[in-house]
Design a protein around this ligand. Structure first.
Ligand code: NAD
Length: 435
């Protein structure tokens, strides 16, 4: 091992140690894997800070004729492997720190799957449920023009995340295209992925993150001594990732016992029907009030006995308090960074496995990559082709994590970071640092 301590890397970069800070938690994991890999100091320094951090303020005309000023972000963490790639979040709690942390996770996911893409993330501080569709459209278009040339099909390619969807991506692409010279417009729509099928979207993108998670479980459930058709599970979040994961797990024979979202927690001992629940959420905005269920407290939700608990909502929800209540064999991370390091320690001490987000939810960026490829080649692949390629990528990614876990004798999360950073390190070594 080298004499480079990770603390000295953070000190050199001017960090003030704060264990509750999400960015420092994520960088802590990157540096832990760098230590195991004995990575050179310059790689640790480069990975510990994003390449670019952009903050924009932009006005939006509201329906009543007044104007509001919004704050937006785009953070580009690393592009050694290819153009920056990562979602756009619309949420009232979006902060630079969270966007930075999520951009690092994107770098790690693309590297783990060996995609020719880098990592980025963006967002706007807004509650999208609190404004009208017209206001949402104007906000999206104005944000897109505010970040301007900082995105592009060869440079940085956004996608949906919490609070954004295919419609928002369509507005982003349309705005971007309208700023291009006429001769370049055909490729412009590749500036974002997760678009509607009718406007350059890909079959399989909407369900991709949930589908990828299920393919990972194909590889890892046997190691937990479980089979889909005998597995019970609960979900935190029933948006894109949560609802698709629920539906695809039910298709495999698993039983969804409980769901928690921002409207409350619900339960059915015999199992919740995942499709009608998804329809209920579309119509009412949340899981509360779903007819075939009982409301339960959040405490009862966390304490419920299930085989798998799948967080698919926001970051840092499984902290020490929740980790102490959880009653399952494994936490399967559909959301990004849902478990705090302190929460993870409690789970580990209690013998609860954690299948990490960078592996479990990288199906989204993998099918985004396929959408981008289809746009650039002016092709449309059928759903079976997309599914099969996704399955191959997820199986290979899970294999890399298992191999790293055996080789370095570490837990799955650390192994995931090792498998990703090893690849990035090799590319830096081959390319060298300019000049
Ligand atoms: P979404 O907006 O579609 O759904 C978010 C869900 O979180 C909703 O069900 C909402 O009710 C729930 N939620 C919000 N606040 C909550 C709270 N306080 N308590 C309980 N539930 C709460 O977002 P999504 O796209 O499904 O993303 C969910 C997670 O998955 C995020 O961490 C996101 O970064 C990650 N992710 C998404 C994708 C993707 O393709 N959409 C890909 C990879 C990772």
């Amino acid at each position: 091992m080298t004499a480079y301590t990770n603390e000295s890397v953070l000190t050199e970069l001017g960090f003030r140690y704060d264990p509750s800070d999400l960015y420092q938690q994520v960088i802590g994991l990157v540096l832990k894997s760098a230590e195991i890999l004995d990575a050179p100091r310059h790689l640790r320094l480069i990975m510990a800070q994003p390449m670019n951090e952009l903050i924009v303020h932009f006005p939006v005309r509201m329906d009543d004729g007044s104007y509001k000023l919004y704050k937006g972000y785009r953070v580009q963490h690393n592009n050694i492997l290819g153009p920056y790639k990562g979602g756009i979040r619309f949420h009232q709690d979006v902060s630079l720190d969270h966007v930075k942390a999520l951009s690092v996770l994107m770098t790690m996911k693309a590297a783990l799957v060996r995609l020719p893409l880098g990592g980025a993330k963006g967002g706007v501080q807004v509650d999208p449920r609190a404004i009208s569709q017209d206001e949402l459209m104007r906000l999206t278009r104005r944000f897109t023009s505010a970040i301007g040339d900082n995105i592009g099909p060869d440079h940085d390619i956004p996608a949906p995340d919490v609070g954004t969807n295919a419609q928002v991506m369509a507005w982003m692409a349309d705005t971007f295209v309208n700023f291009l010279p006429g001769t370049q417009r055909w490729l412009g729509q590749a500036v974002v992925t997760g678009k509607p099928l009718e406007f350059g979207g890909s079959y399989g993108r909407e369900k991709a993150t949930g589908q990828g998670l299920v393919y990972v479980l194909d590889e890892l459930l046997p190691e937990l001594g479980l089979r889909f058709d005998q597995t019970t599970f609960s979900l935190i979040g029933y948006g894109n990732v949560g609802s698709w994961t629920g539906r695809l797990m039910q298709d495999r024979g698993a039983t969804l016992k409980a769901v928690m979202d921002h409207t409350g927690s619900i339960y059915n001992e015999k199992g919740l029907d995942t499709l009608t629940l998804a329809q209920h959420v579309v119509f009412t905005g949340g899981v509360a009030g779903y007819p075939d269920s009982e409301p339960i407290s959040d405490k009862d939700f966390y304490g419920m006995q299930v085989d798998l608990l799948i967080p698919a909502a926001l970051e840092q929800m499984i902290d020490v308090e929740h980790a102490e209540m959880i009653n399952c064999k494994a936490v399967v991370e559909g959301a990004n960074a849902p478990t705090t390091p302190q929460g993870q320690q409690v789970l580990t001490d209690r013998g609860i496995a954690v299948l990490p987000a960078v592996l479990c939810n990288c199906g989204g960026v993998t099918v985004s990559y396929m959408e981008w490829k289809q746009n650039r080649a002016a092709e449309t692949w059928d759903a079976e082709t997309v599914d099969e390629r996704l399955r191959q990528h997820m199986t290979a990614a899970a294999g890399r994590v298992k191999l790293a876990s055996h080789r370095y004798g570490c837990d799955m999360r650390t192994a995931t970071y090792c498998a990703a950073l090893e690849h990035i390190g090799k590319v830096y070594q081959i390319r060298g640092i300019f000049p």
